[in-house]
Design a protein around this ligand. Structure first.
Ligand SMILES: CC(C)(COP(=O)(O)OP(=O)(O)OC[C@H]1O[C@@H](n2cnc3c(N)ncnc32)[C@H](O)[C@@H]1OP(=O)(O)O)[C@@H](O)C(=O)NCCC(=O)NCCS
Length: 296
């Protein structure tokens, strides 16, 4: 079940329209395009005034009915406490997102050593990469209720996808510089790691510029372990080192069987939506992937 939301739209004349949806960005676009509800066709919706994540459709329907019954002053109080810039949504990336993704990644290419690239990749390259990864390796976006991209996380084949590495994936995550330290990266990684673990990947690797203290702390928080460091591995504004980080996705206490397990399975779109909703609801990647908790 994808994430379900109850929301209010501010309409022309100041009135508030209440509805529920399991695809907030699409529903908002429908309202704006006069294809939403009869009310928002008659009184053009101006902006999202309030939204709330619900555990499932029946909870969303109950909450919608309750909000509809609230006096106007209480609806206005909900709207006053809502900040669309900090309301986070997760969704799978589409090829059309390549330009917005490169706006974020390009900042790091130009201004930091977090990426070892000198030049920002071409949009077409990213469009093709997102399209090619569909169903095989997750690309996940976080955006706010204003439709602004806050960050993304994705996975790539490890070591050029050589056959024997079929169970390994390399993870990447970049947040818009002003969206860091707000928990968004954590949401993205819970969903990304859950997707990889549910597909049957055994190892997630992250390769970090060394030093990159914020990313090290972030990966440690997820249980990644530093497997080694190499000084003077790349040259960008001087010699840079790299560190290699590994997370065992197979679950605590499980050891690799003597014969290779089945190769990672494709990820159904509906399953990915379910994992994104679970991450937004505060679930950790192990729980989402149906694994025992670490140390359990
Ligand atoms: C690393 C990065 C992805 C973290 O994302 P984020 O949204 O800022 O992280 P979150 O707010 O979800 O933090 C989750 C946890 O990570 C750790 N963490 C994140 N940033 C940290 C920092 N600057 N200092 C210390 N710990 C940090 C903390 O344990 C934090 O938990 P807490 O908030 O309860 O203390 C983000 O800082 C980033 O995009 N950095 C630049 C790009 C980069 O280096 N990417 C990695 C290359 S693969």
């Amino acid at each position: 079940m994808p994430a379900c939301y109850v929301y209010m739209l501010r309409c022309e004349g100041g009135s508030l329209y209440t509805g529920w949806t399991n695809d907030l960005p699409r529903r908002l676009a429908a309202h704006r395009g006069k294809k939403g509800a009869r009310y928002t066709r008659a009184f053009a919706s101006v902006a999202l005034a309030w939204a709330e994540l619900c555990p499932d459709k029946s909870a969303a329907l109950r909450r919608e009915a309750a909000v509809k019954k609230l006096p106007k002053a209480e609806k206005e109080a909900l709207a006053a406490g809502f900040d669309p810039a900090h309301f986070v949504l997760l969704r799978p990336a589409r090829p059309a997102d390549a330009a917005a993704i490169l706006d974020i990644f390009g900042w790091y290419v130009k201004n930091s050593t977090a990426s070892f690239l000198y030049e920002v990749p071409a949009e077409g390259e990213y469009r093709r990469a997102i399209a090619a990864a569909r169903g095989r390796l997750p690309w996940i976006l976080a955006e706010n209720a204003l439709g602004e991209l806050l960050g993304y996380a994705c996975a790539h084949p490890w070591r050029y996808g050589r056959d024997a590495y079929a169970w390994d994936a390399e993870t990447t995550i970049y947040l818009a510089p002003n969206a860091r330290r707000q928990g968004v990266g954590g949401l993205l990684y819970q969903a990304l790691l859950a997707a990889l673990a549910s597909q049957g990947y055994w190892n997630a690797y992250a390769v970090l510029a060394d030093p990159n203290p914020e990313s090290e702390a972030f990966h440690e928080r997820f249980g990644f372990v530093c497997e080694g460091r190499q000084a003077r591995s790349g040259y960008k504004n001087g010699w840079q080192g790299v560190s290699y980080w590994l997370l065992d996705l197979s679950g605590p206490g499980r050891s690799a069987p003597p014969a290779p397990p089945a190769p990672p399975a494709p990820l159904e779109a509906a399953r990915l939506e379910e994992l994104l909703a679970g991450a937004l609801a505060g679930k950790g990647w192990r729980e989402l992937a149906g694994l025992r908790p670490a140390g359990g």
